[in-house]
Design a binder for this molecule. Structure first.
Ligand SMILES: Cc1cc2nc3c(=O)[nH]c(=O)nc-3n(C[C@H](O)[C@H](O)[C@H](O)COP(=O)(O)O)c2cc1C
Length: 189
């Protein structure tokens, strides 16, 4: 199924874009059109949208419902700047909200975190909120950021998710390999 949004908006003269999205945007469209954004404007993200984005992380699969996570929601500008300097990622200081994703230690913490953050990225795209993911597990600065956020010792900083509205996105020039380059029929030759 393919949706041509521009045509549909024109056809129905729809004013309420969010309503239209609820009706016609399906999960596959969102997954295939998800993108990262690193340049944010100053507009605030409503707290109920942040809550919904976090809710999408909350329900991602873990073995035996481990869900051993804590999400630190950071709005404080000096704190974001401090974190941005520690990890040397500029967009963090410009983000409206920074979410620091912590996990307890368990065998699959990387898999669990990755699934949860991907869900957040898709949810953010659904709300037209720009989002960028930085993986932090094992990075030298992650202990410093954890200390700055007063994280308990049994939690690992697994990722940082920067969120904000945006005016434009830089076009991506990366070519993603085609499915035929990835899919193997039955066995490797
Ligand atoms: C595990 C992981 C780590 C990433 N780390 C960074 C990062 O440190 N800095 C950054 O600007 N983007 C980071 N990104 C975002 C990627 O650069 C971005 O996903 C990539 O350019 C592809 O663009 P797209 O998400 O729009 O498809 C990271 C993405 C992933 C999945």
């Amino acid at each position: 199924m393919h949706y041509d949004f521009a045509n549909i908006f024109y056809l129905y003269d729809v004013k309420d874009v969010y309503f239209l999205k609820e009706v016609i945007m399906d999960a596959l469209y969102l997954i295939k059109n998800r993108k990262s954004v690193t340049t944010f404007n100053n507009k605030d993200i409503p707290s109920d949208i942040i809550a919904e984005i976090l809710n999408c992380a909350r329900v991602t699969p873990t073995r035996n419902y481990a869900q051993d996570w804590k999400f630190v929601v950071i709005k404080n500008k000096p704190l974001k700047k401090n974190i941005s300097e520690l990890c040397n990622i500029d967009c963090i200081s410009d983000a409206n909200i920074l979410i620091a994703f912590f996990s307890k230690d368990n065998k699959f913490k990387i898999e669990y975190t990755s699934a949860a953050i991907e869900a957040m990225l898709i949810a953010a795209n659904y709300y037209n909120v720009g989002v960028c993911w930085q993986a932090t597990y094992g990075e030298p600065y992650s202990k410093e950021i954890s200390a700055l956020l007063k994280a308990p010792n049994d939690l690992y900083l697994m990722g940082l998710v920067a969120l904000g509205y945006y005016d434009f996105t830089a076009p991506s020039f990366h070519k993603i390999p085609s499915l035929s380059e990835m899919v193997i029929a039955e066995k490797f030759k």
